[in-house]
Write a protein that binds this ligand. Structure first.
Ligand code: NAI
Length: 794
């Protein structure tokens, strides 16, 4: 083509990035990679290797070691051996290592970018301008945290040895998101890269050597899902951090249930991209290009569901089609390419299959008339319109360059459609009206909301999901907390629970007829006293074994009713923090009015001294959380773009609570009050030993203006009620105080909707010590951070 012709057509010429350096790096290793364990390269125990390919042309890049359970064991031992020394380094020394890693990433940035593109198929423009700079930024940011950690978190210590499993869509960036905070907080690491994209992690291992990182602090074990499984199951791992599919996330939750491994999960998404009629449509369409065609749509937070206000649907679709026709698809090493290759054949087939299913369910499919390269794995940008909100392509993650479009009429309908998913990772709102945009942002159930922008990330802004998109955050202050725990917790004694066996119901009936009974209580559901569905009660005994009274024997149905009532009361989370504080103060006031009678009743079970302490400290605890209600504020981040990111502490939603048995009143208040203060609705199972405390508690709530349903109380046996609570899909989180077995079963039963589970890990919490039983640690678990990004400037 002549220059004159080019001037007319404005056609791009090829601008290939030179892969020479990356190829010579591969050649230097003889295109064969071992495992990085204890600071050295080790051949895999079983001598097995797998191939990694360039998906843009199908060429094999290298043989990579298939790590076995034995290799994982060696890596965990190396990480354990390095742990004490690494955690006791001075903060400054740790900061220097992280700083060195950041510098080395920058120094080798082009090699890393090219290698990433070759192994993954993503356009070099993205790996060069987005992935690798963010990797460096992550190490810099966390070098900073390492330096100031003891000042900011004096009461915390590292988890210990951390197992990390990452996916193939952002191989090095996900490594950085995992390794940087883990090292900054003093943990050592065993990381398993994804089998399709192991190469940049192996190059990173070299950078660790170059930085002089002590042996064993970072270990890289390549392999497939079975290697990941061995890591998850290893008994000497203290925490697992996983990014990948929701399905594997569930399997990991199940596999770690019986252990005390901490767990953070960053899973799938089906993120809405909402465009209002007053949006700047051209900007919104550009946003959409970054929202769904970035990285071929293989992005957990891809804006894959387009929700358009009906009035603009037609012109918008036409603009989108025009823009799609200009997207350039082809060899990802070409610097002028927008859409590169799909990572692997299996993923390409999955995308194709889902699009076919969508069309079979009534969607119309439009693709621009673009020629795909003859070799390699490519899928054209695809628009599915007339998609029904229940269609598979509107509900399930496609993880490809496929946009599913729907319309809405009002902001309210937009919010309903947006939240009509099991996921909750990210969302976009486009409107020139900041009031509408922020009002909608506040109602979206998602960890990130981008207003008039999309797919922006920064190390200072936590990233992570609501609902089945997982729990825990990566980045920001909140991300650090995933890698630390309170110092006292590790050394806390095991909780020994005197088992209350559920007894035959007919026996209860017989006992309940005993004339000495002087007190009965009811369940408390939706702000009203309620009889149990079973029609049975169970006996409550004093310390001397005499019968004190009877408590209703709650069952599945009562829990379900309580959950329904709690759901209806979620407006509690929307009241002002000031209002919640007032209600809590009022609760404290009402408890103090009933002080002597409550002491008198409680004393029969726990003795006069404990009863007095429980009530006096209980009043104080309520005061504490009334104080916190309007002070546990979020943050405003200033990421390095023209944006502010507003980090809001939002309630989790409806939370189930299994209360301590031995400290009936103070235990209940210590768990329920922080949840209430942060705006959650609660379904609580009170002390099994002294459930009659329910009567005292609901009298307090009834007289304190707490809206009905904000707290619901179902008495009964934990062994019978926990299952319904943990399995219930309308419960967003569950707090369980119990022994090892109870805690393990709560975790195992929570996998259905992947609700957040927070437990005492079978340890004793000294409820009488405010330093451990009160404050930020509880509030952090009672909230989840939502980051709302808002751009400024024209
Ligand atoms: P995957 O969840 O199977 O793989 C992610 C990582 O987990 C890989 O390192 C893999 O080796 C490892 N893994 C697999 N099974 C494991 C197990 N039982 N225990 C421990 N680790 C295990 O994802 P996959 O198969 O690569 O992709 C399937 C679908 O998952 C995609 O189509 C996409 O929808 C979704 N996905 C979502 C990601 C996200 O960031 N949310 C990332 C990757 C995939």
């Amino acid at each position: 083509m002549s220059i004159a012709e080019k001037f007319v057509s404005m056609e791009y010429g090829p601008a290939p990035e030179d892969p020479k350096e990356a190829i010579s790096w591969l050649e230097r290793q003889h295109r064969r990679f071992d495992l990085f364990i204890g600071g050295v390269w080790k051949a895999p125990e079983r001598g097995e290797y797998f191939d990694t390919f360039d998906p843009s042309n199908g060429e094999k890049l290298a043989d990579v070691a298939q790590g076995s359970a034995g290799d994982i064991d060696a890596a965990v031992k190396a990480a354990r051996a390095a742990s004490d020394k690494w955690r006791s380094l001075t903060p400054h020394a740790r900061a220097r290592y992280l700083y060195a890693l950041a510098r080395l990433v920058q120094k080798h940035s082009r090699l890393l970018a090219v290698l990433e593109t070759m192994d993954n198929g993503k356009p070099i423009r993205e790996s060069r301008d987005i992935d690798i700079p963010l990797v460096a930024r992550h190490f810099y940011y966390h070098a900073g945290w390492a330096q100031i950690l003891p000042q900011e978190f004096p009461e915390h210590e590292p988890c210990g040895v951390v197992g990390q499993i990452i996916p193939w869509n952002f191989p090095l960036l996900m490594l950085a998101w995992k390794i940087a905070p883990a090292l900054a907080t003093g943990n050592t690491v065993v990381l398993k890269p994804a089998e399709f994209t192991p190469l940049t992690a192996l190059l990173f291992a070299e950078l660790c050597q170059e930085a002089g990182l002590p042996a064993g602090v970072v270990n890289i074990v390549t392999g497939d899902g079975s290697t990941g499984e061995a890591l998850v199951k290893h008994p000497d791992i203290d925490k697992i951090a996983f990014t990948g599919s929701t399905e594997v996330g569930r399997a990991i939750r199940g596999a770690t249930a019986a252990s005390h491994k901490r767990l953070s999960l960053e899973l799938g998404g089906k993120s809405p991209f909402i465009i209002f009629e007053d949006a700047d449509l051209d900007s919104a369409v550009e946003g959409l290009v970054d929202g769904i065609w970035f990285n071929q749509g293989q992005v957990c937070c891809a804006g894959s569901r387009l929700l358009m206000q009906e009035s603009i649907a037609e012109p918008l679709i036409s603009k989108i089609r025009d823009r799609m026709s200009t997207l350039r698809i082809g060899a990802p090493l070409d610097k002028a390419i927008d859409i590169g290759a799909i990572v692997a054949r299996v993923q390409l087939d999955r995308i194709q299959h889902m699009v076919e299913q969508g069309v079979a369910e009534g969607a119309s499919c439009w693709q621009p008339n673009v020629a795909l390269p003859a070799r390699g794995l490519y899928f054209p940008p695809t628009l599915l319109s007339n998609v029904h909100p229940t269609s598979i392509v509107a509900q399930q993650e496609i993880f490809g360059p496929v946009l599913a479009a729907m319309t809405f009429r009002t902001p309210r309908e937009a919010v309903e459609l947006a939240n009509n998913t099991v996921y909750g990772l990210a969302s976009c709102v486009w409107s020139e009206n900041v009031n509408v945009a922020l009002h909608v942002a506040a109602q979206l159930k998602a960890g990130v909301v981008w207003v008039n922008c999309t797919n922006l990330f920064d190390a200072a802004c936590g990233f992570g999901g609501y609902r089945e998109s997982g729990y825990g955050r990566e980045g920001g202050r909140e991300g650090l907390l995933e890698y630390m725990e309170p110092k006292w917790l590790k050394h806390a004694p095991k909780l020994l629970v005197a088992k209350t066996e559920a007894v035959d119901e007919s026996e209860h009936l017989a006992e309940a007829r005993t004339p000495s009974v002087d007190r009965t209580v009811k369940l408390y559901i939706g702000g009203k006293q309620a009889r149990p569905d079973s029609g049975y009660s169970f006996p409550v005994r004093a310390a001397d074994g005499s019968l004190l009274g009877e408590a209703p024997l709650g069952n599945r149905k009562d829990i379900r009713n309580a959950v329904e009532a709690a759901r209806k009361a979620e407006g509690w989370g929307k009241t002002t923090a000031h209002n919640r504080a007032q209600v809590l103060y009022y609760c404290a006031e009402n408890l103090s009015l009933r002080r002597s009678e409550t002491i008198h009743r409680l004393a029969a079970v726990v003795g006069e001294e404990q009863a007095t302490r429980e009530i006096d400290l209980g009043i104080e605890r309520i005061f504490s959380y009334a104080a916190w209600a309007d002070k546990f504020d979020g943050a405003v981040h200033n990421p390095p773009f023209r944006n502010i990111a507003i980090a809001m502490n939002e309630p989790i939603g409806t939370v189930g609570v299994i209360c301590p048995s031995e400290v009936p009143l103070l235990g209940f208040l210590s768990l329920v009050m922080p949840l209430l203060a942060m705006g959650n609705a609660v379904v609580a199972v009170p002390s099994e030993k002294y459930p009659l405390i329910t009567g005292d508690i609901y009298q307090i709530f009834d007289t304190s203006d707490l809206p009905g349903g904000a707290v619901n109380i179902v008495t009964g046996y934990v062994s019978q009620l926990l299952k319904t609570l943990a399995e219930h899909d309308d419960i967003d989180g569950i707090w369980v105080y119990g022994d090892d077995a109870t805690v393990a079963s709560a975790k195992a039963m929570s996998i259905g909707n992947l609700k957040q589970v927070w437990t005492n890990e079978g340890k004793t919490i000294d409820w009488f010590n405010p330093k451990v039983a009160e404050g930020r640690w509880f509030l952090e678990h009672a909230t989840q951070v939502k980051n709302i990004w808002v751009p400024y400037g024209e």
